[in-house]
Every structure is written in structure tokens, then in C-alpha cells.
Design a protein around this ligand. Structure first.
Ligand code: AMP
Ligand code: ZN
Length: 483
């Protein structure tokens, strides 16, 4: 089956073909490390982790680079406010990012380049652009000349004339075109500065990704990713810089994920409507965030609401309960499993459906709905007593299925019984009930039972039920949340 990828460059789905057979070079624009990241910032890492896993599953060898922007006005401003070196700020927030990233349990990237480690590569790239006559220097500042790059606007579908007409910003009169952008600029006092052929200075924003891509992968890559806000000007400028220097196509497939929003607005630090990843993890966890995101298509805008979080938690509860049941069935039946032909046949149909969805521009929403169909089928296929040798085979096949697609989505891989416990607690917290309140009621009920006060014990059971807690007398924990 051909892999279809929605390519922003073509504005349509295209058949995916790699530069080198079997190998994928993938670069995703990473964060500017000046503050704690919000959950919207993690849509990219979660989506592209899935894309890489799926491509690997279908036989590609993927190399993934995700950068840290550690030279930036916002970093400098914060460093000046705290009276420390810029590096203190960037290292602090790289560490914070890594903590969030680890909580998400995604596959580590092969490369996490930093801009400050690539200044020589940046200077070399700018020299190449200058040599090819597509940039000019004025007073220690180097500008890219978009009039000299014919295909400028090709990614964002912006025309130069429209750009000029729409320009409202005060224009630097030294520029040949108001939209010429900075490749290198002199550093002000107390700003990080590096020696260059144009004097002491620092790079403009866009040049860093072009330079890091070239340093890691060479002149061309297969996939470049990022949020849709980066299409213009960042990615448009990356294409201009790289192609102006290297004289060859920079990237074949541009994949952009839509925004995460709060209500109708994009989640954004500047609007102040953010949930930091760190805060989200305190109440929920990486699994819930991954489920929330992958349950939607990466090209659709997703609004994070309490209701959606609640739905994700209960959806995870259903899958993990089935996983737990499958494990118990396998453990209890000692006899050798005997295949259930019907179940295997239906599971195979589900696998085909997933393959079709994923080949069609990584449709994880469809994939997850198939996982639920398979879960329903699993639950209904077991015999009432769950003791037959076919039950064992059904449980084994279901677990294999869940593991296989779970690994691609980076979901459903937690230990089932301890994860069900975590979900129980998340549900309590969603219902604003404290765990200690539940435990106190359970202890009271136990005491009533010990004293053979059955009426009182039933009363407490009802009270717990009203809190959404089901009493389980047989189990060690003694309760579970109702979903
Ligand atoms: P920044 O640190 O602002 O450069 O953003 C880092 C990455 O997060 C970029 O790829 C952005 O496109 C992405 N991003 C920022 N806000 C959101 C959001 N609300 N939803 C999805 N992606 C976002
Ligand atoms: Zn970038």
C-alpha cells in the first residue's frame, strides 16, 4: 500500500517517496527555551513520534532531529532580568522540557541540536548565500534578498506583491524589499555575541534550522515538520536560505500540525491561556495527553476541555480494563491455547483497517476507533466463564494487537493494574473528590461490617456510589471509580 502524506508544499496528499531507499530524514522545529512549555507545544512531539513509529513499523529507518532554540530575544530578556548568562536560562528550560518529554514516554530523538553549538555552520551557510548573490550586507547586518529568490512564497502560497501591499510594519529603509529578513545581526551590549566575517553578532531566527539540517542531514531532507504557525515566515524562509545556498531542493514533504486551542483561541503563552505540561502531569499524565491528541487527526484544530479530558480518561479505562482482563485470563488458564478462527479473522480485518487509515496521512483518530472496536469484540468474544482454551487464545491475540498498535501510538503500554489505579485517582480528581475522603468512608464501612451493622454499611456503600466510587469487597484495594 502506498503511504499518503499531506504535503503543505503541494496543498494535497501525495505519495511518500524517500530520497534514499528505506531511509527517512525527519526534522521538527523545536521549542524556544525561555520558559516552561505548555501542552500545545507538545502536539508536535507527540504527532511526529507517531509518524516516525508508523514509518518504522512499515520498514523505514528514520532519523529524527528536534532542535532547541537557545538564542532568542526572549531568552536574552529573561537573562538580563535575572542578571545571569543566557545559557543559565536556556539550560534551565531545556532541563524542564526534558522532564516533560520523559513523562510523555516518547522515543528519544537521534539528534537534539542547539543553535549555540552550530554557529560555525550558520556562518558558513550565510557565506554560501552571499556568494550566490541572494543576500547582502549592510553595517554588520546580513539580509536575505527575497527578490533574488524566484520561488519565494511557494510554501505559504504568498505572492511577493501581496506581501508588500499588506505590509504595515515600519520598514528598515536599508532593506531592498521590506520583507527581506535578517540572517545575521550585530549583538547589542550584554547580548550573546560571536565573531563573524560581518563583525561580532548573532544569527537571525530562521537561519538556525537551515544550518542544523545541513549539519545533520546534508542539503536535503524527506520530512520537515512543525505547527502551522511556522509555515510563514519561518519555513518559507528556511526553504529560501537552504535552496539559495545549496542550489537543490531542501525538503520534499512539509507536514504541519494544527493548533491546540482553549475555547476558540490558540493556546499561547502571549495570550496567557495556557496549561503548562508540568501542571497537566500533576493531575493527569502523559498517557492522557497522548490519547487526547491522537484521538483527533493531527491536521484538525483541537480544543482542550475538561469534558474531552474526562472522555479520554474513561476511554483509557476501557482499554486498560480489557488489557487487565486479558492478562488475568491468560494467567488462569494453564492448558495450551487453541486459536479462535472467528476472532483471528475479525482481528485481521481490524489490522487491515488500521493499515489503511495510517497509510492515509496517519489517521490516528480512525486507528483509535478501530482499537475500540477490537476491544469490544474481545470483551464479547470471551465465554461467560472465561476458562476455555479459546479464551486464552483470544486474550493472547488481543494483547498482541494492543501491544503492536499501542507501540506505534505510544499508548496502552503501561502496566494494566497499576495504571487502572492511576486512572481511578484521576477520575476522583475530575469529580473533585479527595482520595482521603474515599478512604475514610471505606474504613468506616469496614468497621460497620466488622460490627455486623449491615444497614450502616449499606448506607456508606450508597454514599460512595454517589461519589462515583464502586465498592469491591473481593479486591485488596476495595474500590474502583465508576466510568
Ligand atoms: P515556540 O516555542 O513558540 O517556537 O513553539 C514551539 C513549537 O510549538 C512550534 O512548533 C509551534 O508551532 C508549536 N506550538 C505553539 N503553540 C501551539 C499550540 N497552541 N498548538 C500546537 N502547537 C503549538
Ligand atoms: Zn525551525
Amino acid at each position: 500500500m502506498e503511504q499518503l502524506v499531506y504535503n503543505t508544499l503541494a496543498n494535497k496528499k501525495e505519495v511518500f517517496k524517500t530520497l534514499e531507499p528505506g531511509k527517512v530524514k525527519l526534522y521538527l522545529c523545536g521549542p524556544t527555551v525561555y520558559d516552561y512549555l505548555h501542552i500545545g507545544n507538545f502536539r508536535g512531539p507527540i504527532v511526529f513520534n507517531m509518524i516516525r513509529n508508523w514509518l518504522e513499523f512499515t520498514g523505514y529507518d528514520v532519523t529524527f532531529a528536534y532542535n532547541y532554540t537557545d538564542v532568542d530575544d526572549k531568552i536574552i530578556k529573561k537573562a538580563q532580568a535575572e542578571n545571569v548568562d543566557s545559557r543559565v536560562i536556556s539550560e534551565r528550560y531545556i532541563k524542564a522540557f526534558e522532564e516533560d518529554f520523559n513523562n510523555l514516554k516518547l522515543k528519544p530523538h537521534e539528534f537534539n541540536p542547539k543553535v549555540t553549538d552550530h554557529i560555525d555552520a550558520i556562518i558558513e551557510l550565510i557565506e554560501g548565500i552571499l556568494k550566490n548573490g541572494k543576500a547582502y550586507e549592510i553595517d554588520g547586518e546580513v539580509f536575505f534578498s527575497i527578490n533574488d529568490f524566484e520561488t519565494y512564497g511557494g510554501l505559504s502560497k504568498k505572492k511577493l506583491d501581496d506581501l508588500e501591499a499588506g505590509s504595515r510594519v515600519e520598514v528598515d529603509s536599508r532593506k531592498r524589499n521590506p520583507h527581506d529578513f535578517v540572517l545575521w545581526k550585530p549583538s547589542k551590549e550584554n547580548e550573546p555575541a560571536w565573531d563573524s566575517p560581518w563583525g561580532k553578532g548573532r544569527p537571525g531566527w530562521h537561519i538556525e534550522c537551515s544550518a542544523m539540517v545541513k549539519a545533520i542531514f546534508g542539503d536535503s531532507i524527506d520530512i520537515h515538520g512543525g505547527g502551522i504557525d511556522l509555515i510563514f515566515p519561518h519555513h518559507e524562509n528556511e526553504i529560501a536560505q537552504s535552496e539559495a545556498c545549496n542550489c537543490t531542493k531542501y525538503c520534499n514533504y512539509w507536514i504541519h500540525n494544527e493548533f491546540i486551542s482553549m475555547g476558540d483561541e490558540k493556546m499561547s503563552k502571549s495570550l496567557g491561556n495556557v496549561i503548562t505540561a508540568n501542571n497537566f502531569m500533576k493531575t493527569y499524565d502523559g498517557e492522557v495527553l497522548k490519547f487526547l491528541y491522537l484521538n483527533a487527526h493531527y491536521r484538525s484544530r483541537l480544543s482542550v476541555t475538561d469534558e474531552k479530558i474526562r472522555q479520554s480518561v474513561s476511554a483509557l479505562y476501557r482499554v486498560y480494563s480489557a488489557k487487565n482482563l486479558a492478562e488475568q485470563v491468560i494467567e488462569k488458564i494453564e492448558a495450551t491455547a487453541v486459536e479462535s478462527k472467528n476472532f483471528s479473522k475479525e482481528l485481521k480485518a481490524f489490522e487491515d483497517k488500521i493499515s489503511e487509515s495510517m497509510h492515509d496521512d496517519f489517521n490516528t483518530a480512525e486507528t483509535i476507533s478501530v482499537v475500540f472496536e477490537a476491544t469490544r469484540l474481545f470483551n464479547s468474544s470471551l465465554t461467560k466463564k472465561r476458562k476455555s482454551v479459546e479464551d486464552k487464545a483470544i486474550a493472547q491475540s488481543y494483547l498482541k494487537f494492543l501491544d503492536s498498535y499501542g507501540q506505534i501510538l505510544a499508548l496502552f503500554c503501561e502496566d494494566s493494574s497499576s495504571y487502572l489505579d492511576s486512572l481511578d485517582e484521576m477520575i476522583l480528581s475530575l469529580n473533585s473528590i479527595s482520595k482521603s475522603e474515599v478512604e475514610k468512608l471505606l474504613a468506616d464501612r469496614n468497621e460497620a461490617r466488622n460490627n455486623k451493622k449491615w444497614e450502616q454499611s449499606d448506607l456508606i456503600r450508597d454514599q460512595l456510589a454517589q461519589l462515583g466510587v464502586e465498592v469491591l469487597d473481593g479486591s485488596a484495594k476495595g474500590w474502583r471509580s465508576k466510568v
